[in-house]
Ligand binder design. Structure first.
Ligand SMILES: [Zn+2]
Length: 274
């Protein structure tokens, strides 16, 4: 999942000649395959491969407009996310994007990649009571390093996006001001772990001048992360457990990401056989 307080305008592939004006209908997988690129297609293939291994079937992807989803409709910042759901009596992986009806291949491979990793054992963690924003930040922070590696393996390089976000943060924090230290720190740590060396230096310097508290939290997060191998699924979950305990983020449980998909397949099967 990616949530950001800014519009990420870089690297948009609007495919302007292929946009269908006020399109409402979701894009089906066959259309997504044609409208995106080879790395996105490879990520879709990888998703199907994982599904065949885990559920003995493939689960199509569809891409929808996040402004048509009740939960994200009025969110003021950018939202891109994905989850399994039913669509026209089929179990699908539904991807909700900001740029709809434009399709950004990098975003689509990113959101599918999150689910490939879940099936590879990089389980999500939920807070009790639920806090979707904090959960998104924490799970993204931990799983983005292996996700970026996965994206590079299929041929997408997310480096420009990551570095552009660092630039944005640097401008945002170039003055003193109020900030939610914890959520800022989680977002910053996410990008600092993955940005280029120069960006990291510049952003850390800016934080040390203007946001000392936030910087302390960021350092704590990065220190904890350095004790874990984030590319290993179990170690990655263990990192998140330590982080929520040490930073006293409340009560968290790790989720079984396979069960809701299995339940969904059963539920859709029951409905269609009725
Ligand atoms: Zn993400």
């Amino acid at each position: 999942m990616s949530l950001s307080h800014m519009s990420r305008s870089i690297d948009i592939v609007l495919l302007s000649d292929k946009i269908i004006g006020d399109r409402i209908m979701p894009f089906l997988e066959s259309e997504v395959r044609k409208l995106t690129d080879s790395p996105t297609n490879k990520m879709i293939d990888l998703w199907h491969e994982m599904c065949k291994g885990k559920f003995n079937r493939s689960i199509e992807i569809v891409v929808e407009n996040r402004r048509r989803h009740p939960q994200f409709r009025s969110t003021p910042h950018e939202v891109n996310t994905a989850f399994p759901t039913s669509y026209k009596a089929r179990a699908v992986l539904s991807i909700w994007v900001e740029s709809f009806p434009g399709l950004r291949p990098m975003i689509i491979s990113h959101e599918i990649g999150h689910w490939v990793l879940k099936l590879q054992g990089f389980r999500g963690m939920f807070r009790r009571p639920r806090d979707f924003f904090l959960e998104g930040l924490l799970n993204s922070l931990a799983t983005h390093p292996p996700l970026y590696r996965l994206q590079r393996q299929v041929g997408h390089d997310p480096q420009n996006d990551i570095d552009a976000r660092c630039d944005h943060y640097r401008q945002l924090f170039s003055q003193h001001g109020r900030a939610d230290d914890l959520t800022s720190a989680l977002g910053l740590a996410d990008d600092l772990m993955n940005c280029s060396f120069k960006n990291r230096q510049q952003l850390e310097w800016t934080l040390s001048k203007n946001r000392v508290n936030t910087q302390r939290l960021v350092e704590r997060i990065l220190n904890i992360a350095s004790n874990y191998d984030l590319y290993d699924a179990e170690s990655n979950v263990a990192f998140r457990r330590t982080l929520v305990n040490e930073m006293k983020l409340g009560n968290w449980v790790s989720s079984d990401d396979l069960k809701p998909i299995k339940d969904l397949i059963l539920e859709v099967g029951r409905k269609t056989s009725q």
